[in-house]
Design a binder for this molecule. Structure first.
Ligand code: PRP
Length: 207
C-alpha cells in the first residue's frame, strides 16, 4: 500500500528533503518543484504534499496524509489527535517570552498584553505562572507589536535571536525548545503498519 506524507513548506522544507535523501528515498521531484504541490517519490510508492505547518497537521488528522513533518511549535498550538513518533532534530529553536528592556512584563503592575502567533501556547504558559494576561493573536512580524505599543510582550519562536536583537527586544524567559517532528494518523498507523514502520525506521537511522 502506498503512503502519503504532508511536508511543511518553508523553513523545514530543505531539511526534510535532505533527510529523505539520506534515508535513500528519492525526493527529486520535490527538489525541482516549480509551483507544483504534489510529488511522487522516484523509488517508492510515496506521495509528498507541500503545505503550511498547521495544514500538515490537518491533513494527517483527517487521514488524507498518513504522515506529517511539522514543527513542535505548531503541534503545541494545535489540538491534534495524531501520534508523534520521531524528533528529526532539525529546525531547532526555542519558544521565548520577550519585551522591550524597559517593560519587563513580570514586574509590571496592572493589565499585561501579550502578542503572539501562538495564543494557545501563550495562554497556557501564563496560566501556569498564574498571571492574568490578555493575549492578542498576531499573524507575523510579532516583534513589531511591542514596538508599536500593541502589546507589552510577545511569545514567539527564536532561532538565531537576530530578529529580537535588531528590533531592540530582550528575552525574559525561555518556555521550551522545539524542533521538527514526524506525526502519524492513528488509523493509518494500524492499516499501513508495515509501510509506516519501515518509513520511520529508515528515517530514524539517518538522524
Ligand atoms: C520567525 C519568528 C521570529 C523569527 C525568529 O518568524 O516568529 O520572527 O522567525 O528567527 P531568528 O531568531 O533567527 O531571528 P518568520 O521568519 O517565520 O516570519 P513571520 O514573523 O512573518 O511569521
Amino acid at each position: 500500500m502506498g503512503i502519503s506524507i504532508a511536508l511543511t513548506k518553508g523553513r523545514l522544507e530543505e531539511e526534510s528533503i535532505k533527510i529523505l535523501d539520506k534515508a535513500n528515498f528519492d525526493p527529486t521531484e520535490l527538489k525541482n518543484k516549480g509551483r507544483k504541490l504534489v510529488f511522487k517519490d522516484g523509488k517508492e510508492d510515496i506521495k509528498y504534499f507541500l503545505v503550511k505547518a498547521a495544514d500538515s497537521i490537518t491533513y494527517v488528522e483527517h487521514g488524507v496524509a498518513d504522515i506529517g513533518v511539522v514543527g513542535k511549535d505548531t503541534i503545541l498550538e494545535s489540538d491534534n489527535n495524531c501520534y508523534e513518533v520521531l524528533d528529526l532534530g532539525v529546525g531547532k529553536c526555542n519558544f521565548i517570552v520577550a519585551s522591550l528592556p524597559n517593560n519587563d512584563i513580570f514586574k509590571k503592575v496592572g493589565h499585561v498584553k501579550i502578542g503572539s502567533k501562538y495564543p494557545k501556547v501563550a495562554k497556557e504558559y501564563f496560566k501556569k505562572k498564574e498571571m492574568d494576561v490578555e493575549v492578542i493573536k498576531i499573524e507575523g512580524s510579532v516583534e513589531l507589536a511591542p514596538i508599536l505599543g500593541l502589546c507589552d510582550g510577545i511569545v514567539d519562536i527564536m532561532e538565531t535571536g537576530t530578529t529580537l536583537k535588531e528590533n531592540g527586544l530582550v528575552v525574559l524567559d525561555t518556555i521550551c525548545s522545539i524542533s521538527a517532528r514526524v506525526i502519524v494518523n492513528k488509523a493509518s498507523f494500524k492499516m499501513k503498519q508495515e509501510e509506516i514502520q519501515s518509513f520511520i525506521e529508515r528515517i530514524r537511522k539517518v538522524i
